[in-house]
Design a binder for this molecule. Sequence first.
Ligand SMILES: NC(=O)C1=CN([C@@H]2O[C@H](COP(=O)(O)OP(=O)(O)OC[C@H]3O[C@@H](n4cnc5c(N)ncnc54)[C@H](OP(=O)(O)O)[C@@H]3O)[C@@H](O)[C@H]2O)C=CC1
Ligand SMILES: Nc1nc(=O)c2c([nH]1)NC[C@@H]1CN(c3ccc(C(=O)N[C@@H](CCC(=O)O)C(=O)O)cc3)C=[N+]21
Length: 287
Amino acid sequence: MNRLIDGKKISAAVVEQLALDTREFIATSGVTPGLAVVLVGEDPASQVYVRNKVKQATAAGFNSTEHRLSADTTQADLNALVEQLNNDPSVHGILVQLPLPAQLSEPDIIRLIAPHKDVDGFHPLNVGALASGGADLIPCTPMGCMIMLEQTLGDLSGKHAVVVGRSNIVGKPMAALLLQANCTVTIVHSRTQDIEAICREADILVAAVGRPEMIKGSWVKPGATVIDVGINAVEKEGKRRLVGDVDFSEAVDVAGAISPVPGGVGPMTIACLMKNTLTAARQQMSV
Ligand SMILES: NC(=O)C1=CN([C@@H]2O[C@H](COP(=O)(O)OP(=O)(O)OC[C@H]3O[C@@H](n4cnc5c(N)ncnc54)[C@H](OP(=O)(O)O)[C@@H]3O)[C@@H](O)[C@H]2O)C=CC1
Ligand SMILES: Nc1nc(=O)c2c([nH]1)NC[C@@H]1CN(c3ccc(C(=O)N[C@@H](CCC(=O)O)C(=O)O)cc3)C=[N+]21
């Protein structure tokens, strides 16, 4: 029996609960949570995500603002915007869409965001808190993956989890959360030898590589739970399609449960961004 992990459905339930919590927060504090999303340049995929984020934030009952800067924005201009948002009491969460154009420094801008408004959980202070087990603002994509895994498997204790990819935004925080949930965690990356054999040992396989359909059905242990984080735009039969890092058509016959792309991790990421925005607003208002 193969089971599809339906990110659209799970995220809708998360957002529904969040809308209730938000209403209660607004009634108690008199404050509406505010999310500011910053987009530099015209990357079409980023525009889609930003639009989805702003739409969902409005649905959850937040105020949300979108700040679009041109692709040739200077570091000084971007810094000035972030400082303005840091100092704006109506803004509780700030997200700067990545990647940034080449002339801008990602580490510098991430460090500049006030840690208590860092709803991506990328500031070194929040990364440190996650590593030592006491974080409030957890990176949205790994948080979304954990919700999917816990709904599918319940207790994750003792499972062997293999994370493919070691980026700061997905792979590393994913591994930290799995470890916190008592999994035995292996991280593999581009220098790992015999990735296939390691993947085949996984009870939980999380793919965050950015290579379309790299993980084949034969890499999956029968019955394993597969979470596909990859979002890759490819041309198929002359049409633009989104595919994951897992070869879904092969893996679906082997896995015990698997998340699709689209309709898997993507919507969960946005739902978790909303969760973090409410958490940030609560902390700032001490409610
Ligand atoms: N659904 C969602 O909400 C989100 C989806 N994504 C998607 O997830 C994917 C990964 O994103 P991100 O983590 O930012 O990507 P990065 O490019 O930052 O990291 C990719 C990782 O995969 C590893 N890797 C690359 N090629 C191989 C290979 N052939 N074999 C083994 N490992 C390899 C790299 O290894 P090394 O470190 O050695 O170079 C690196 O650690 C992308 O498709 C992205 O679009 C990302 C964020 C959110
Ligand atoms: N600071 C920052 N934080 C991020 O969290 C961040 C980022 N930068 N840069 C880019 C990646 C990517 N990402 C996605 C979010 C939602 C979908 C999503 O909603 N996907 C839908 C489909 C969207 C479509 O149709 O294109 C789905 O998979 O079903 C995808 C990808 C967040 N990221």
